[in-house]
Design a protein around this ligand. Sequence first.
Ligand SMILES: Nc1nc2c(ncn2[C@@H]2O[C@H](COP(=O)(O)OP(=O)(O)OP(=O)(O)O)[C@@H](O)[C@H]2O)c(=O)[nH]1
Ligand SMILES: [Mg+2]
Length: 234
Amino acid sequence: MDFPRRSSGSRSRASTAQDTASTLSSSLELSIQTRIFKIIVIGDSNVGKTCLTFRFTGGNFPDKTEATIGVDFREKAVEIEGETIKVQVWDTAGQERFRKSMVEHYYRNVHAVVFVYDVTKMASFRNLQTWIEECNGHRVSASVPRVLVGNKCDLIDQIQVPSNMALKFADSHNMLLFETSAKDPKESQNVDSIFMSLACRLKTQKSLLYRDVDREEGRVELTQQTEGKSNCPC
Ligand SMILES: Nc1nc2c(ncn2[C@@H]2O[C@H](COP(=O)(O)OP(=O)(O)OP(=O)(O)O)[C@@H](O)[C@H]2O)c(=O)[nH]1
Ligand SMILES: [Mg+2]
């Protein structure tokens, strides 16, 4: 009996097409939902950029690190107000010879910048000005959030950069200051909050941005809502 067979064949083709469409639509939804925030970590060599990024993404302090060459990528999926966001951390090289061919890539489409100094090395604090100038020189917009991190606070007896000095510098550059230690496990929440505070800010900023684009282009309801009670961890 040809007809039922043809009929069932066409039904099965229709349902296959429907399945494919729904798979495509759910993967499209997923890719719309999973946003990636690119955060670069900048500062002198040896201040602990690699260790801080390990602490945030892997929850541990590496036994041994080598100077970073070019860049290392680390990612962590975080959930903010019900949305899963991929925080992509770019651990950059502090040594000029290991970074010069990469600098353009660091700053391209960056969403946020973490400046790191070593609280036990005044020179690394003084050099922040140079790092900020490099960042500005690469046309990083003023709307890109920046934070300042003083690392190695566990070395209490060796501190050279007083908190009030760092705070003044951070204020004058419109940055939040975090003083922390990648090494001390008790500080791990503080390390997390460096990146989480940025992710929260980016989520809010980018939601507003998407809403504006939608309004301009007459699109409907692709937006993230920012109103309402926030359950942001920061
Ligand atoms: N005591 C202490 N040592 C740390 C801390 N963070 C990093 N270090 C040590 O500092 C040294 C340099 O750490 P890295 O993370 O490799 O430094 P970096 O800034 O990535 O250096 P480059 O890759 O050369 O730019 C290593 O010996 C780490 O073990 C910290 O919070 N406390
Ligand atoms: Mg490194």
